[in-house]
Design a protein around this ligand. Sequence first.
Ligand SMILES: [Zn+2]
Length: 144
Amino acid sequence: MKDKKVNLNDILEKISELEARIDKIAPIGKKDLPPKKDQIKDIKENIEEWSKKFPSVDIEFELAKMLDWLKANNKRKKDYKAFFRNWLRKTSNSMEVNKEEGNHSYVFGCNAKECETETSTYKDMYFFCEECGKEKEIIKIKKN
Ligand SMILES: [Zn+2]
């Protein structure tokens, strides 16, 4: 009986620990955020601050894009600043990936045939081979 009591206390303690952790991760309802209009206004008034945090991103353009996306997908957010921050992080990450792609050259050729090759920094290019009568494929990727 005594053991059971101890176990229950352990469980209760674990639950309150867990609740504290959840509250830390997602403090929903802790503070009331201003309405969407005011949150967006706040972002617009601090474009320069955002630019400092994300120097490679066109903040105003991305804000317009995000608002279009929200409208098109009929989405509402509680914290627009947090959503915008994630949005910019994603944008800036995908820009890094594109930069890396620009560091490569793609050699287009005809498999197993000794036709002339074409080289491009874009992988979505279309090269037609007159000799084979078909589209050339990427046969090699070079680092620039
Ligand atoms: Zn060919």
